[in-house]
Design a protein around this ligand. Structure first.
Ligand code: BTN
Length: 250
């Protein structure tokens, strides 16, 4: 354990950099990496002034919610780095399930976390030299009313946990999952992700980076974490990047 916020600690290999306010914890993690920090740094800030979401979107960062970034070593094979998105998603799902056991938390491809089809957590993975920054935002005390997806927050799901307590739990789950991934590969992570996946077998719409929307049925994950989308004729295509929408979620 390493000493952290007000004498609190994060489990090894994680080291805490706690801040009151920062532009973005992802940006702070990248600056720290440039300054010589490496695998295991965790940046946590109570507030972000320029929190970033996927695809250039802003991430509303209210005080009370959890904003943190993990600096992780993806190993020698850079092509496997995107698998860390699934490592992180499974770690967050397990953390939230432990904190609010009566609520059902699910993962949405590639790495959102939902509760009753409402988004409670988003993640932004970025490169930092040879490392990956895994930025995680969890709605704890509030969530934006105006968003791309319906949203919820942890208080609404019956947990009174504070942001730092959630981070401490999450760091433990992340340490375990990262270790499983490094020693056993992607298969056990993929299996756990699929066990908690929202919408397998259901109709979905996938919005690609060029804004095209592909309708189909969510047929699962390929061996590398790509989304399998089946069309009406049963033909399946592999999607590597996009936003998934459930037509029934409004
Ligand atoms: C998304 O769903 O669009 C991803 C949201 C990621 C937000 C987190 S909050 C902590 C970290 N710092 C950032 O600027 N973004 C991520």
């Amino acid at each position: 354990m390493t000493q952290g916020y007000f004498g609190r600690a994060l489990p090894a290999p994680f080291r805490l950099r706690a801040l009151d306010i920062v532009d973005s914890t992802n940006d702070e993690a990248k600056r720290a990496q440039q300054g010589g920090e490496g695998h295991g740094l965790v940046v946590w800030a109570r507030r972000q002034t320029a929190g970033r979401g996927r695809r250039g979107r802003a991430w509303v960062s209210a005080e009370g919610n959890l904003h943190c970034s993990f600096l992780l070593d993806p190993g020698q094979d850079w092509t496997k780095a995107p698998e860390l998105a699934f490592v992180a998603a499974v770690a967050v799902q397990a953390t939230l399930a432990g904190l609010a056991p009566t609520s059902a938390f699910q993962v949405k491809w590639p790495n959102d976390i939902l509760c009753r089809r409402q988004k409670i957590c988003g993640m932004l993975l970025e490169q930092a030299a040879g490392l990956i920054v895994v930025g995680i935002g969890i709605n704890v005390t509030e969530s934006p009313a105006e968003a791309l997806y319906p949203t919820t927050f942890l208080r609404e799901q019956g947990s009174g946990a504070e942001a730092f307590d959630i981070l401490a739990e999450l760091a433990g789950e992340m340490a375990d999952l990262y270790d499983i991934w490094r020693t056993q590969g992607f298969a056990p992570v993929r299996e756990r992700w699929l066990a908690h996946a929202a919408g397998i077998g259901e109709p979905i719409n996938v919005r690609l980076s060029d804004e095209r929307v592909l309708p189909g049925r969510f047929a699962g994950l390929d061996e590398g974490g790509g989304l399998l989308l089946a069309d009406e004729s049963g033909r399946t295509q592999r999607i590597l990047a996009g936003d998934v929408f459930f037509p029934t979620a409004g």
